[in-house]
Structures are given as C-alpha cells and as structure tokens.
Design a protein around this ligand. Structure first.
Ligand code: HEC
Length: 129
C-alpha cells in the first residue's frame, strides 16, 4: 500500500512538472522598452495609434474602407507602392471611387517618416496570409 502511495505521489509530481513547463513555454516574452520594433510592429502601433487607420480599416472585413487583406492583395497583384500612395505621390488602385474618404488622411501620412510609412506597408501586407 505504501508503495502505491509513493508511486501516486511521484506520478503526480511528474505530471505537475510537465504542466508547469508547458505553460512556461507558451508565455510570450515581455517586451522591454529598449527593444527595437520590427517594421511590422511599428506599423501596427501607428495603424492603431496616431494614424487612427483602424477607425476605417478592419483586417478582413470591409467597413468604411477596404479590408487590409484586400488592400494587400491588390497592391501585390498590381505591384503597387503603398509608401508613395501614402505620400500622395501615386494614384489609388484599390477603390478609386471612394478615394475622397481616404484623401484627407494623406495630409497626415505625408508627414510620417519613411520608416513609419514602410512600417504601415509591412503591417498591411502582413495580413495577407
Ligand atoms: C475616414 C476613413 C479612413 C481612414 C481614417 C483611413 N482610411 Fe485608408 N481608405 C479609406 C477608404 C474609403 C479607402 C478606399 C479608397 C481608395 O482606394 O483610395 C481607403 C484606401 C486605403 C488604401 C488603398 C489606396 C489605394 O491604392 O486605393 C491604403 C493603403 C490605405 N487606405 C491606408 C490607410 C492608412 C495607412 C491609414 C491611416 C494612416 C488610413 N488608410 C486611414 C478610408 C480611410
């Protein structure tokens, strides 16, 4: 009987250990402030933050503006350049009839740095799986 209890204890300890190791493995590392963001991460921050693009663009459904998946798809197909579009230097290729709604934002994005615009482009493209 004692042996059985011992065995049960050992098994229990073993299974607990395994579980805690597993959940540790799933933990995402906490981002430190000094950590340099990838272009895609920077783009996401701007998209949801100071760019406020998220108010008109959802990832995969059309709202006021086309979805990010659609934008990424069309830019890929037509080999477009989002950076020059956001600088106001190239014409809309996704939904030109609705361009007036997007146009006002170019006043904002024109003042973004190349790094920020490349980030936005990388983030939008990252939604095309
Ligand atoms: C007021 C709503 C609104 C906001 C805010 C907005 N957009 Fe748009 N956007 C639109 C609409 C509508 C279109 C479709 C018209 C078009 O294709 O130009 C569009 C189109 C686009 C396109 C495709 C342009 C093309 O070639 O046709 C890109 C890229 C884009 N938006 C990026 C952004 C980014 C980046 C931001 C944030 C800085 C942003 N949008 C903020 C409404 C918005």
């Amino acid at each position: 009987m004692k042996k059985l209890v011992l065995l049960a204890t050992v098994l229990l300890a073993f299974s607990c250990k395994k579980e805690s190791q597993e959940s540790f493995g799933n933990q995402t590392p906490v981002a430190t402030e000094e950590k340099e963001l990838t272009p895609e991460e920077l783009g996401k921050v701007i998209f949801e933050g100071k760019g406020n693009c998220i108010s008109c663009h959802q990832i995969d459904s059309k709202t006021i503006g086309p979805s990010l998946v659609e934008i990424a798809k069309i830019y890929k197909e037509k080999n477009g350049n989002m950076v020059t579009f956001l600088k106001g230097e190239s014409d809309p290729i996704v939904d030109p009839e609705q361009f007036v709604l997007m146009q006002a934002n170019l006043a904002l994005t024109k003042n973004f740095t190349d790094k920020e615009l490349q980030g936005l482009e990388a983030y939008i493209n990252s939604n095309l799986k």
